[in-house]
Ligand binder design. Structure first.
Ligand code: PGA
Length: 333
């Protein structure tokens, strides 16, 4: 095929030559030497297989083939210029798809934050996958999302981590439970209660187990359920007490369908992190959403979920470096 070896550089030179009809002017315009310009034009002629310019005296003219190529150069280079501008626009605009993955418990606040973000940037098209810790780690490892929201950080992945919100963990009971209204209930008293536990791998469960173990205690686990939603229903049904993220309880506490117990050492403070693989190049939209989480996240939640604001320090980058290897969801009993 003719023109196979033509380069963009040569097309730019030729466009300049067709415009100025002077090697000297081309050389000046493109910061090259005159012989370098001549060599490139010669090579272009070799690729085309026809003379493109003819010199008569001191003047140069485009041949018929040269005129055709000059037209084509203008089209091609203009098309590339427009494309380049479009791409810059895409890069700078806050629009288009953003893909998030989040641990299921985050479903109680991420939609509120996303809703506020979309008010500012209505052309953003969000996709969110709420799933368990093992799946979230898998998605993170395979770089399937722009940003991952989680509370338990991976141990064996090289990731960038930003802490953007606190996650207070509280003890929850049926509103008619005899401990409701008591102050500073001892942890040992709670350990006697029938307890509804989250599944292994849950950060809430790990934090609660650790606290109990630190005090030589073990919960009296009656049943184990795989989601905060299922646990809330079980507590409402009077099957036992539990420990849940305060973020998941806004409606129930407001409407009095569940009650929070005042237990020593609670609330347990966990954190919510925005995570992506180290070195990942975030899209402009993803970067803006991340900034939004860090700067506005806790303020916005204050308006929809009072008492869940961040501690000083939220919005800071967490240093987290580890060797990359297959991630495993850690479980706790
Ligand atoms: P969960 O919450 O794993 O208990 O759903 C997230 C965390 O606190 O790690």
């Amino acid at each position: 095929m003719k023109l196979r070896h033509v380069t963009l550089h040569q097309l730019r030179l030729f466009q300049s030559l067709g415009t100025h009809l002077s090697y000297t002017r081309v050389a000046e315009e493109l910061f090259l030497t005159q012989p370098a310009v001549s060599i490139q034009i010669k090579r272009l002629e070799e690729s085309v297989g026809m003379p493109l310019v003819e010199q008569m005296g001191k003047r140069i003219y485009l041949t018929e083939a040269g005129k055709e190529l000059f037209e084509a150069c203008r089209d091609v280079l203009e098309r590339l210029r427009v494309l380049s501008e479009d791409m810059t626009g895409m890069e700078q605009g806050v629009k288009g798809p953003i893909s998030l993955a989040a641990i299921t418990t985050a479903k109680f606040f991420i939609p509120h934050l996303l809703g506020a973000f979309l008010k500012n940037y209505p052309e953003v098209e969000p996709r969110i996958t709420f799933t368990n810790q093992a799946r979230v780690l898998e998605r993170l490892e395979n770089n399937m999302d722009d940003i991952v929201i989680m509370g338990t950080l991976p141990e064996n992945m090289d990731v960038e981590v930003q802490y953007f919100l606190d996650n207070p963990i509280v003890v929850v009971a049926h509103p008619s439970h005899p401990l409701v209204g008591q102050k500073n209930i001892p942890l040992a008293r709670i350990a006697e209660e029938r307890f509804i536990a989250r599944e292994p791998g849950s950060g809430t469960r790990a934090a609660r187990t650790k606290l109990f173990a630190e005090h030589g205690l073990k919960a009296n686990t009656y049943m184990e359920l795989g989601s905060s939603e299922a646990i809330k229903q079980a507590v409402m049904a009077g099957l036992g007490i539990s420990v849940l993220s305060r973020h998941s309880l806004r409606l129930e506490l407001e409407t009095g369908t569940l009650a929070m117990l005042d237990v020593e050492h609670f609330p347990l403070m966990r954190k919510w992190y925005a995570v992506h693989l180290k070195g990942k190049k975030l899209s402009n939209t993803a970067r803006m959403f991340l900034d939004f989480l860090l700067n506005e996240g806790s303020k916005i939640l204050e308006t929809v979920q009072p008492h869940v604001s961040a501690q000083p320090g939220a919005g800071e980058k967490v240093v987290k470096k580890a060797k990359r290897s297959k991630a495993t969801g850690k479980s706790s009993k």
